[in-house]
Design a protein around this ligand. Sequence first.
Ligand SMILES: NC(=O)c1ccc[n+]([C@@H]2O[C@H](COP(=O)([O-])OP(=O)(O)OC[C@H]3O[C@@H](n4cnc5c(N)ncnc54)[C@H](OP(=O)(O)O)[C@@H]3O)[C@@H](O)[C@H]2O)c1
Length: 258
Amino acid sequence: MGKVALITGASSGIGRELARLHAEKGGDVILVARRGEVLRQLKDELETAWGVQAQVIEADLVDEKAPRMIFEAVEASGWEVEYLINNAGFGGRGKFHERDWQDERDMMQVNVVSLTALTHLFLPQMVARNSGRILNVSSTASLLPGPMKAVYYASKAFVTSFSNAIAEELHDTRVTVTALLPGATDTEFAARSGMDKTRLFDNAASARSVALDGYQAMMAGKLTVISGMSFGQRLALHLVPFTPKKVLLREVRKVQGG
Ligand SMILES: NC(=O)c1ccc[n+]([C@@H]2O[C@H](COP(=O)([O-])OP(=O)(O)OC[C@H]3O[C@@H](n4cnc5c(N)ncnc54)[C@H](OP(=O)(O)O)[C@@H]3O)[C@@H](O)[C@H]2O)c1
């Protein structure tokens, strides 16, 4: 049996490419998302193409019981998770006071609470084995506040901060935690987040290239990796600490179509 990667949000975009990358290397996969039919197609694809084993767990990470249900399903199968890839997430655009509360709450549940809960469930056995890697998919949005997507940006700030902090807590083990910070990436995310008509997605990176950067960084045990950004965007990011906050906020608002 190959080393097992559990990937949330494996039914599309970056998560699906991460699953493909791991299978290509001969690793087994546990595919998690809501769309079971899509996951079963991916399971067939990976098992046929690479001779690996795949499990499907249909779960809605909005449900607070989902992380434990996933953990117990994995335990019952007897598989040992060596790589935990917390990738599932979504965004939402609009002025905070005009946005639907349920949507904001669900976003925090998926992007923050479920990611943290899954980490809390799987990390102790990695530490006990002194072996394992976690990849948390954050965003370049985590590096600054995001007017028009306030909760999304804040949720990703949590993911980067949390990932970096526990990585340091594990300094005396062989367990690593990597935060992947993609820029605009060509997946279902933009349309689902009401972002597909903003100029941010004009030159979006491919899901494959972003997944590859994340996968390689996880394997190398890196703390953080930024991916899918043009030279100009990287330069702009480096200027963030030197830009007056009000100017920064106005620019982000405009980029987000506000
Ligand atoms: N695309 C970008 O520009 C971009 C930039 C920075 C960061 N990111 C981050 O990258 C990650 C992957 O997004 P993507 O771009 O690949 O978008 P995507 O194509 O929309 O994929 C999102 C994945 O998350 C899953 N998901 C969403 N809500 C879920 C829920 N309630 N329960 C279980 N699974 C759920 C979806 O599966 P189901 O619908 O089947 O449940 C899907 O597999 C996200 O965390 C996102 O915030 C994306």
